[in-house]
Design a protein around this ligand. Structure first.
Ligand SMILES: Nc1ncnc2c1ncn2[C@@H]1O[C@H](COP(=O)(O)OP(=O)(O)O)[C@@H](O)[C@H]1O
Ligand SMILES: O=P(O)(O)OC[C@H](O)CO
Length: 505
């Protein structure tokens, strides 16, 4: 039999990627395509769902061509995606009724405040594992139904479909054969009960969201549908057999299968997830309880800390301030000075996520003196990513009782050795960067491959994990605690800055 491969489609916030993996978990070939970010108003972030679709399809087709393969050489396709981002489309035409509302979008902050005032906080946390925040899909669906002319009536007539990006892609890739999502993505909607594993009627009623719009929720590793259309090829097709939100997929790709194992992903945002096993752990420290994956009829839960802006702050230096030409330049610039000279950058462009959950915080660069130059600001930007991750790890340790001996890392920013060393210094914990940095795509590939027997079990996968570089802490505790105390002061200065917008429209 000729060798088969797994195709992973990784639809991220800033780019769509496709990667072909072999049985050893090696990436043979990859393609990526950036697409447009749309900022219609301050605090609003949208994507054109057709850009998401066309960029994802293009890279899928290209990566097969690059390797001289067709779908018939692929054992299974795995899908992983930016989470929470909300798309509503017409069931009959397949056309989205509006741009996708991106996870970072804050337009529903006012409605979330209303929910809090109405006393929903405890109930939402108990049912969904989440805090009430504009981050999650539920309030975004409500906004679309309330604001797109005719949408609510159509939804009530069963003519509209809702999906996170995984759902939309599977719907399109299967030519409308499957309207599905997996447990990990459903757990990010604020509409899903993570204990009963069902959409929650009480929350749906409160938000006025008809159940008929919602996808069927399935395991993260099973056959959902077959690839159709342009990606299919003439000689046959392959099943879509894995779906997981990108952070959960990365946790799987990092082989964090044991309770207490954790990974931190440094992409547009930063996401620290710890495997807590088959029982949900309720956070006392403002983390989220979320579903890692559903596999072989069992749910694995995670605690998650989500930071909205990490690499996006580097993009801001490049695209808005123009003080670096490329993200990679930040490493040498940051290392060119011994410290940030007391400069702190709190990149709260869209408020603050865990553990602060402040929808109205806004960004600031502070501690500036006449000596604060480009290098200091660049260094403060990278340091901010590490400080935010320390915020998450402290909460995680308090909630789980687990003191990590090492932290597995991945995402676009881990190429930055300065950041990785500073992270280790600041945490006092070793930071381990694996050889395959594309662990998100790898996780989706593993989930798809497990469903079709390409890999036998997770033990086979565990042995694929290999270390690229380990960063050991080299900063003394007094120094690290002083630097971190400065960060905490800086965060206090930016909180509750923006005036709440009561208009919700
Ligand atoms: N060498 C680097 N140093 C610092 N930041 C980087 C570096 N390379 C990439 N980045 C940042 O990482 C992010 C891209 O990471 P990626 O994991 O691809 O993100 P996403 O999946 O969210 O689209 C961008 O925000 C970019 O600014
Ligand atoms: O696209 P990423 O990698 O920034 O991930 C986005 C997260 O899934 C948002 O929750």
């Amino acid at each position: 039999m000729t060798e088969k491969y797994i195709l992973a489609l990784d639809q991220g916030t800033t780019s769509s990627r496709a990667i072909i993996f072999d049985h050893a978990g090696r990436a043979l070939c990859q393609r990526s395509q950036e697409f447009r970010q749309i900022y219609p108003k301050p605090g609003w972030v949208e994507h054109n769902a057709e850009d998401i679709w066309s960029s994802q399809l293009n890279v899928g087709v290209q990566v097969l061509q690059d390797q001289g393969l067709t779908m018939s050489d692929i054992a299974a396709v795995g899908i992983t995606n930016q989470r929470e981002t909300t798309i509503v489309w017409d069931r009959r035409t397949g056309a989205p009724i509006h741009n996708a509302i991106v996870w970072q979008d804050r337009r529903t902050a006012g409605y979330c405040d209303e929910l809090k005032r109405a006393g929903w906080e405890e109930k939402i946390r108990a049912k969904t594992g989440l805090v009430i925040d504009a981050y999650f899909s539920g309030s975004k669906v409500k906004w679309l139904l309330d604001n797109v002319p005719g949408a609510r009536e159509k939804a009530e007539r069963g003519e509209l479909m809702f999906g996170t990006v995984d759902t939309f892609l599977v719907w399109r890739l299967s030519a409308g054969a499957a309207h599905v999502t997996d447990f990990s993505n459903a757990s990010r909607t604020m509409l899903f009960n993570i204990h009963t594993l069902e959409w929650d009627d009480e929350i749906l009623t409160e938000m006025g969201i008809p159940r008929s719009m919602l996808p069927e929720v399935r395991q993260s590793s099973e056959i959902y549908a077959e690839i159709q259309g342009r990606l299919r090829g003439a000689n046959g097709t392959a099943p879509i057999a894995g779906i997981a939100g990108d952070q959960q997929a990365a946790t799987f790709g990092q082989a964090c299968f044991d309770v207490g194992q954790a990974k931190n992903t440094y992409g547009t945002g930063c996401f620290l997830l710890m495997n807590t096993g088959n029982k949900p752990v309720e956070s006392k420290n403002n983390l989220l309880t979320t579903i890692g994956w559903g596999l072989n009829g069992k749910i694995t839960y995670c605690l998650e800390g989500s930071v909205f802006v990490a690499g996006a702050a580097v993009q801001y230096l490049r695209d808005s301030l123009g003080i670096v030409g490329a993200a990679g330049e930040t490493e040498a610039l940051a290392a060119s000075v011994a410290s940030s000279g007391g400069v702190y950058f709190v990149p709260a462009f869209v408020g603050l996520g865990a553990p602060y959950w402040d929808q109205y915080a806004r960004g600031a660069i502070m501690g500036l003196t006449r000596g604060s130059g480009r290098a200091e600001i660049v260094r403060a930007t990278l340091e901010a990513v590490a400080y935010q991750s320390r915020d998450l790890l402290e909460a995680m340790t308090a909630d789980s009782g687990v003191t990590l001996s090492e932290l597995r890392v991945d995402g676009g920013m881990v190429a930055n050795n300065f950041l990785m060393q500073f992270q280790s210094d600041l945490l006092g914990v070793a930071v381990e960067r694996p050889r395959v940095a594309e662990t998100t795509a790898l996780g989706a590939a593993y989930l798809a491959g497990l469903a079709v027997g390409y890999w036998k079990n997770i033990d086979e996968i565990k042995s694929n994990w290999a270390l690229d570089k380990r960063f050991d802490p080299a900063m003394d505790k007094a120094h690290r605690d002083k630097a971190y105390a400065g960060w905490k002061r800086a965060v206090e200065r930016v909180r509750a800055w923006e005036e709440p917008d009561e208009s919700f429209g």
